[in-house]
Design a binder for this molecule. Structure first.
Ligand code: AMP
Length: 290
């Protein structure tokens, strides 16, 4: 049985602002977990991480149209608010912010956050405008919720790197916490988009984490050459014929530039299509895949 009270729900800017202001006036530290909903254990671990360093936890659920390209899956992005409500309640979320598109982007709102060049590579190259959309919504949400701490998932490594930069470059008074990637027992990173995978796709999808694990194993055994580590990952992916890799790259952790020599804290990024679904994953060298 769920022992936690249902989270308070807000759909307007004024509503969430007033509630957060009252919580802060009462001495509470505000933790924030932005999501696009269709919650899974990965999202809920972010709630745990927020809870560990704050007194109240706000979660937003908003499928942000600005971060989807014209041919992407905005219309079919999975949604299930009643399930999300009960999962959020079960994990002790105190407040849900559930704005409509008209609340976040009222008619006439056309200001956008423009990220630096680290937004033009990898996911940004495959999805033009994506990170401007992400940073714009995160900036708005930060203003509406004014959290002390915001929690993001390592699963979206480039997103984390760009949000970290925005917070630093714009002197945002918010602490960032990055939670490790939550995975299925076979290694597949949890993602709302995994629901698109057919049973055959699902079997192939494990190839991404298997490739990252192979590269990480090679690194642990002493291989530090970036190109050779990429080759190890590519070879491991060949075992999964249904996986069509888009990029596999060993990168440094700040600008995500390709790394000649790979040290601890560097990343290997992978993006691939499995059937009609585009998946991304990454491993942090030195941390590995559990
Ligand atoms: P999304 O709903 O996909 O926009 O994700 C919302 C937040 O959950 C982002 O900070 C993601 O990085 C994070 N997240 C998504 N999947 C995972 C996962 N498997 N493990 C940890 N965090 C995740």
């Amino acid at each position: 049985m769920n022992q936690n009270p249902a989270p308070r729900e807000f759909t307007t800017a004024a509503g969430i602002r007033a509630w957060v202001t009252a919580q802060r006036a009462g001495g509470s530290r505000i933790g924030f977990v932005p999501t696009m909903g269709f919650l899974h254990e990965g999202h809920l671990r972010l709630v745990d991480a927020a809870r560990a360093v704050s007194d109240v936890v706000v979660m937003s659920i908003f499928v942000n149209p600005l971060q989807f390209g014209p041919t992407e899956d905005l219309a079919r992005y999975p949604r299930d608010l009643s399930r999300d409500r009960s999962l959020a309640a079960g994990r002790g979320v105190d407040a849900l912010f559930l704005p409509d598109v008209s609340v976040m982007y009222p008619p006439g709102s056309d200001t956008r956050v423009v990220p630096g060049p680290a937004a033009d590579v990898w996911e940004g190259a495959a999805r033009p405008g994506h990170f401007s959309g992400v940073l714009t919504v995160v900036a708005k949400l930060f203003h509406l919720v004014s959290p002390d701490v915001a929690v993001f998932g390592q699963k979206d490594a480039q997103q984390v790197a760009l949000i970290r930069r925005m917070v630093r470059d714009l002197d945002w008074p918010v602490a960032l916490v990055v939670a490790p990637t939550a995975r299925e027992p076979d290694g597949l990173a949890l993602s709302s988009r995994n629901t698109y995978l057919s049973p055959a796709d699902r079997r192939d999808a494990v190839g991404l984490s298997a490739a990252l694990r192979a590269a990480h194993d090679a690194w642990r055994e002493g291989e530090t050459d970036g190109r050779r580590l990429e080759a190890v990952a590519r070879r491991a992916l060949e075992v999964y014929p249904g996986v069509r890799p888009e990029y596999i790259s060993a990168v440094e952790p700040d600008a995500l530039a390709p790394a000649e020599i790979v040290g601890a804290g560097y990343l290997m990024l992978v993006a691939a299509r499995v059937g009609s679904t585009r998946l991304i994953d990454n491993v942090v060298f030195g941390e590995g895949i559990p």
